[in-house]
Design a protein around this ligand. Structure first.
Ligand code: HEM
Length: 169
């Protein structure tokens, strides 16, 4: 959630786009997962001697695939440094892949969608509360800020409270 808010703060046009059209929230979440992956790396033990891209990997070695880096691979994503809600490629690896693909993936997407629908319906004019540097978790595997304080304006409600919507789909 915080990685997404930070990406939006740095990309005001994308913020306006989603603010004006909430049907783009699922695309916002997908692009945020790619752009600033909360899980940066995995760990794998090599079972048998093998070779990947010309690099020999002896059995019992450990490998740390960098998901965050793969998500910015220019051969998979055009203009990978750009935070772009309209991006169509979903080839990112932030939720893993194969048999260990994240079991919580749909829950994460649903939670984030509900949260951002509420945020965009309730608040506007976000900005960082102060200009002090962000402190990221001290972790090789996870990426996120320890604390993100924001100033915002509460919008006037024109419709019923969104949380009563039916999210079962
Ligand atoms: C944004 C939030 C999340 C991210 C970025 C994320 C990312 C990942 C990644 C990269 C993997 C693959 C691990 C590997 O291959 O070694 C994974 C696995 C897994 N995730 Fe998530 N996850 C998230 C939230 C959740 C939630 C909310 C749940 C449960 C409610 C969950 C449950 C699991 C489980 C059980 C696995 C292991 C699946 C397996 O080994 O077969 N995750 N997740």
């Amino acid at each position: 959630m915080s990685n997404t808010v930070l990406a939006l703060l740095a990309n005001h046009q994308e913020w306006q786009l989603v603010q004006n059209d909430h049907s783009l929230i699922p695309d916002l979440i997908e692009e945020s997962l790619r752009f600033d992956s909360p899980v940066l790396s995995l760990m794998r033990r090599v079972c048998t001697d093998t070779e990947i891209a010309g690099v020999k990997l002896p059995a019992d070695d450990f490998v740390f695939p960098l998901l965050g880096s793969a998500n910015h691979d220019a051969s998979q994503f055009s203009d990978p440094k750009r935070f772009w809600v309209g991006r169509k490629s979903r080839a990112y690896l932030s939720l893993g892949s194969g048999i260990h693909f994240c079991l919580g993936a749909q829950l994460v997407r649903l939670q984030a969608r509900i949260a951002f629908e509420e945020i965009f319906s309730t608040f506007e004019n976000f900005e960082k509360a102060d200009q002090s540097p962000l402190k990221y978790f001290d972790s090789f595997f996870f990426r996120g800020v320890e604390n993100l304080q924001l100033n915002f304006v509460v919008k006037k409600r024109t419709s019923s409270v969104g949380i009563l919507k039916d999210y079962r789909e």
